[in-house]
Design a binder for this molecule. Sequence first.
Ligand code: ATP
Length: 367
Amino acid sequence: MSADVILKDVNKVYPNGFHAVYDFNIEIQKGEFIVLAGPSGCGKSTTLRMIAGLEEISSGDLIINGKKVNNVAPKDRDIAMVFQNYALYAHMTVYHNMAFSLTIRKVDPVEIHARVMKAAEVLGLVPYLNRKPKQLSGGQRQRVAVGRAIVRDPVVFLLDEPLSNLDAKLRGTMRKELMQLHERLNATFVYVTHDQIEALTLATRIVVMKDGYVQQIATPKEMFDNPENLFVAGFIGTPPMNFMQGMIDEAGEYFVQDGTGLKFKLTHHQEEIIGNYLGKKVTLAVRAEYIYIDDAHLAENKESQFTINVDYTEYLGAYNLIYGNVGDEAIISKVYNRQEITDKEIKACFDMNQVHFFDVETTKRIR
Ligand code: ATP
């Protein structure tokens, strides 16, 4: 495999002095679907715009297809970009919207026709080629915007929140279409979103950013199972991960919750990695999916039990979400139990094999 896009120590400092991106490093392989995710203002659009050439790189190197392109104009970069407000030309038909960028590049008309027709087929737009944008649905317009990028046959597709103007149902459909499109084109995608569901479903690898810094680069599964720090742990996954403050006892056998004194027996693996934290404060983290209330799990996990004081529950058909607290700390549990839950106090347990501990000061996962 060869890297299509390489960012080496890329920084962005805007003219007003604001440092928006710090030391961004990644090697993106051909055919990857990279999702840049993170809260508003974290620097994901700035990063994408630097790859596109719409923002200058303050320091570091950007390499596309083996060539350093820091100072290459956007149109010569072998990229095509799809924006959130896909800005189709209202007076042009779907066909001409897709053909336009090739026409101004003076590509041979026979070639243009072939490329537009191929893109239209891939995107299911053949029946709409003679329509104007206003005669299309939101999803169809979005597809035309993608079509304009496809006809360019770029090395890299750059997409900046392309689905955020669509309603929830259409977003779901378009997500699926984008996934299939990526497979069919076998091209490299770099995609910006603040939506962690899009990140988990679309990405081959996710880059989570915060305040201009990359927090973690990993596959969706790795990021979900093994978040690097508390920020990623809280950002990826719905409902968000549960956190509990406490300390490791002097013998390194138990986590003891602040306030309640509740004790949770560490696994052998946890005992091995927790050596530097004996008698020290740590944050326990566990996903809502790994808190159980059924008899079988309670019997198996006798030394990691507690009582949830229930605030309310949400019955969602296939599962229940239990919102409550343990001591002063809020806890959300997702239980695959098809009964509606009405109890105000529920006995529960953690599967300690699925529990992570984080350093309180560095916020990094202890491993
Ligand atoms: P959003 O999801 O809101 O678009 P983002 O993660 O894409 O957020 P960016 O647009 O990359 O964020 O912006 C990163 C930071 O850089 C923000 O704090 C933003 O205010 C700042 N910023 C963006 N453009 C400029 C500019 N031209 N001059 C100075 N600061 C800027």
